[in-house]
Design a protein around this ligand. Structure first.
Ligand SMILES: [Zn+2]
Length: 441
């Protein structure tokens, strides 16, 4: 315990030393007055403090609570009628263009879990190695690489190199290569497209999947599996998967599967918004018409939103089952995480995550559970100990919204301010830039 606390202290000092603010040196950090947001409702990632104060200094949260007083000299923000949330985490993301990380941060998403970084790198025109180093006005990227079967899901994107494996030995090599490239976790495709595609495609064999998961674990990496049919999801969890990248789409899950996931804390990222898009129940018009989201859609997002999944896709998807199975998992104690699957047709980086929260509530999560699904739970699931909650010592990744999203989750869209590591984003400048791009066309 003591050791970890001193480590946190050392990291805080390092962060302060590296901070670009004029007063951001290690020597003066103690004297820096910082920022205090007071009289504000606080959702700390797990619970609600009806009214309190949060103090930020040197890019970190230094105090939180109902009885915290703003330090002398601190800049004061009065948060009456407003709610302060931890920076949101999109647990299933692909960049839909070079501005995807900026678009995410502008809508309060301070971290994205890049679920197939080669695809994001291609869209953002970056090398994979560049992905984790996001700028101060962009969401952080937690990058993972995908391993699939030759000809399997993931190989259909032109110009994107993908790791493939046909044997357990090839799997070990592919995992080695992914880890060497900086993959923070491993995504595996165990799905022949049964519920989505008009005809099936190759996928990893069961024994190859097992070998891939074991190889990921041998490297101390999580194994997150794309397995939409209930039977495949079951087999993936049996094989040791740490998380499912999507909800089950065709049948209600067996009780044994739900129990095992709950016991082992195997997480579920339902990605309902994109699944409903595949089932031709998309949300494009909702996002475009929303005055709080529409102006923040990037040209790349708008281009991809104009595309629809082909009409022959999604015949095996059952929207009622997707909602119900998500709810069943939640009620059993499975960690449910919010993910947009941005990068797909009909989905927008940033905006869709807010719609996903509404979808999760429609599936049976309370607004507080939906907020936890986009903050503390994904941070815990992906072992990001420095974020996801409003607690002393953590990064000052924060979103201030009007109203009370713990009652009406759609209030996450009514954003007043976003801070990443204590630095407030200039949302107005970004919005103006997007407007200028639109009117110049
Ligand atoms: Zn995806």
């Amino acid at each position: 315990m003591r050791q970890s606390r001193s480590l946190v202290g050392a990291l805080a000092l390092l962060a302060v030393a590296g901070c670009a603010t004029p007063r951001g040196s290690a020597e003066t950090a103690g004297a820096e007055p910082g920022l205090a947001i007071r009289n504000v409702r606080i959702f700390d990632g797990e619970r609600v403090i009806p009214e309190g104060t949060v103090v930020v200094r040197g890019g970190k949260i230094v105090a939180v609570g109902a009885d915290v007083s703003p330090p002398e000299g601190a800049e004061i923000l009065d948060g009456q009628g407003q709610t302060l949330l931890p920076g949101l985490v999109d647990a299933h993301f692909h960049a839909d263009g070079p501005d995807a990380y900026r678009a995410s941060l502008a809508l309060g998403i301070t971290t994205v879990i890049d679920m197939f970084a080669e695809l994001s790198a291609g869209a953002a025109r970056l090398s994979v190695a560049e992905l984790p180093r996001r700028g101060v006005d962009e969401a952080d990227s937690i990058m993972g690489l995908l391993i699939t079967s030759p000809g399997g899901h993931g190989t259909e994107y032109p110009g994107v190199t993908v790791l493939t494996a046909s044997t357990p030995q090839e799997c070990e090599k592919a995992v080695d290569a992914a880890v060497a490239a900086g993959s923070r976790y491993i995504k595996l495709v165990y799905d022949a497209g049964e519920t989505v595609l008009p005809k099936t495609i190759p996928t990893l064999d069961r024994e190859v999947l097992v070998a891939c998961i074991q190889a990921a674990h041998a490297h101390n990496r999580l194994a997150v599996v794309h397995a939409l049919p209930g039977q495949r999801a079951h087999e993936a969890v049996e094989a040791g998967a740490d998380g499912l990248a999507h909800c089950i789409t065709d049948t209600m899950p067996e009780t044994a599967l739900v129990r095992r996931m709950a016991e082992r804390k195997v997480f579920l990222i339902p990605t309902l918004a994109v699944a409903f898009s595949v089932a031709h129940q998309g949300h494009v018009e909702v996002l475009k018409a929303d005055p709080l989201l529409g102006p923040y859609l990037t040209p790349s997002s708008l281009r991809l939103m104009a595309v629809q999944f082909p009409p022959e896709f999604g015949a095996g998807l059952r929207p009622d089952v997707m909602r119900q199975s998500t709810r069943m998992m939640l009620e059993a104690g499975v960690p449910v995480l919010a993910g947009s699957d941005a990068g797909n047709p009909g989905v927008a980086a940033g905006a869709t995550l807010h719609y996903e929260l509404e979808m999760l509530v429609s599936a049976g999560l309370t607004p507080v559970q939906a907020l936890a699904a986009a903050t503390a739970l994904p941070a815990r699931a992906f072992q990001l100990a420095d974020r996801g909650r409003i607690a002393p010592g953590l990064r000052a990744d924060l979103v201030l919204v009007r109203g009370d999203p713990t009652v009406d989750v759609r209030q996450t869209r009514d954003i007043l301010a976003v801070w990443k590591e204590g630095r407030r984003l200039d949302r107005d400048a970004w919005r103006a830039r997007l407007e200028a791009t639109r009117s110049s066309k």
